[in-house]
Write a protein that binds this ligand. Structure first.
Ligand SMILES: *Cc1c(COP(=O)(O)O)cnc(C)c1O
Length: 377
């Protein structure tokens, strides 16, 4: 393998994974199990490295969104239980059994197919019943959950390891949304009681995503499923930020690759949307929307150089963008800069999300494979 020496890189501060897990543990009372969401390549951070760090810290479960994501972790030698948050395709079911993946289940036919494969290979597959209490995505309706539990209990090669649900608005401070989440918790609890009334042990109960970890202690049950707060962000920027001192894990850095002085009136970049108001220094940065740096940041984003912020001048191109360094700039060629990250004073992925009408989740997920990851801590 050649060494990728590109200037634009994502530094992944793994020590902040441990720090954020400490915060989650504190918020959830210390004794609950933790299942970390490492889907989408750990929200762009690198699923294998994040999983290894989280397991070393002491988490109990990993969770992914697709069967190939689970296989990547297994092939990296990870033995910990891996929950599959979505429904596998028919032809992927043999892989669930082969690679010992723990699926969410929500209807009988699906779990029956898993049972058949598991029996053929003489294995036992753990499953978690997913109840839809208000997300409207995958899940059995609460009234049918006890029946499904009973079906699963009778299967020779399936073990009911847990029962769970998911929240669509647990991160929202709106009173209606708080009431909606509280109602979901009640519906979930009632379903669990109905399962127990049939003499069935529902196993590990889990419902809380980052929003509920932070704002709904009643939802912590036996295990919590943090995603975005593991990576250092609040799921909704309106939340009370004193709940936990989450630190961003990803730092997107680059270097100034070219500098020149331009005259007042000079236009910069495609579309000529930005014009110098005075003679000024313009720096080019070798990062663009093909790296996942959103084009909506044109003339809106800022970078940090030696503790000072500089604004983007004009449109973000596919592979480069320009910043206005000012008339008296002393910034030098190849100077290091921060595009976003945990640094005090730099923008973070939540700020970038605010500037582009999205959420920090999408900002870190979008930093793609062209950007090398450097793991530190
Ligand atoms: C992604 C996901 C999570 C984690 O959500 P965050 O908002 O990132 O904490 C938890 N549970 C399920 C089912 C998910 O799909």
């Amino acid at each position: 393998m050649y060494e990728n020496k590109r200037a634009t890189r994502a530094i992944i501060h793994l020590e902040n994974i441990s720090h954020n897990l400490d915060c989650i543990k504190k918020l959830t009372g210390g004794s609950r199990k933790i299942c970390v969401a490492v889907k989408a390549d750990a929200y762009g951070h690198g699923a294998v490295e994040v999983s290894q760090k989280a397991l070393q810290w002491g988490v109990d479960f990993l969770a992914v969104a697709t069967v190939p994501e689970a296989i990547i972790l297994r092939e990296a030698g990870i033995k910990a239980p891996i929950i599959l948050f979505s429904i596998a395709l028919d032809k992927e079911i043999s892989q669930i059994v082969d690679y010992d993946i723990t699926p969410f289940i929500a209807e009988k036919n699906y779990v029956q197919k898993i049972q058949s494969f598991a029996k053929a290979f003489n294995k036992t597959i753990n499953v978690h019943i997913k109840i839809d209490t208000g997300m409207g995505r995958i899940g059995v309706t609460p009234d049918l959950a006890p029946d499904l539990a009973e079906t699963v209990e009778k299967m020779s090669n399936i073990k009911l390891e847990g029962v769970c649900t998911h929240f669509p608005v647990s991160d929202s401070p709106d009173p209606d949304d708080i009431a909606f989440t509280e109602k979901q918790i009640k519906v979930f609890t009632k379903s669990i009681e109905a399962i127990k009334a049939k003499g069935i042990d529902p196993g590990i109960l889990h419902t809380a995503n980052s929003g509920a970890i932070i704002a709904h202690p009643d939802a912590h049950f036996d295990m919590v499923r943090p995603g975005i707060c593991l990576y250092g962000y609040y799921p909704d920027q309106r939340m009370d930020k004193s709940a936990g001192d989450f630190r961003p894990v990803m730092e997107l850095v680059s270097k100034i690759s070219f500098i020149k002085k331009v005259k007042k009136g000079t236009s910069i970049s495609y579309g000529r949307t930005w014009t110098a108001k005075e003679d000024t220094w313009i720096g080019s940065i070798p990062a663009g929307y093909a790296d996942g740096y959103n084009r909506l940041l044109s003339s809106k984003g800022e970078v940090q150089i030696k503790g000072k912020r500089y604004p983007i001048a004009g449109r973000v191109c596919m592979d480069q963008f320009m910043v206005d360094l000012g008339p008296d700039s002393e910034v030098e060629l190849y100077e290091n800069l921060v595009i976003f990250g945990p640094d005090e004073g730099a923008l973070d992925a939540a700020d970038i999300g605010d500037l582009t009408g999205t959420i920090p989740y999408e900002v870190t997920c979008n930093i793609n494979k062209r950007v090398p990851r450097d793991y530190v801590g």
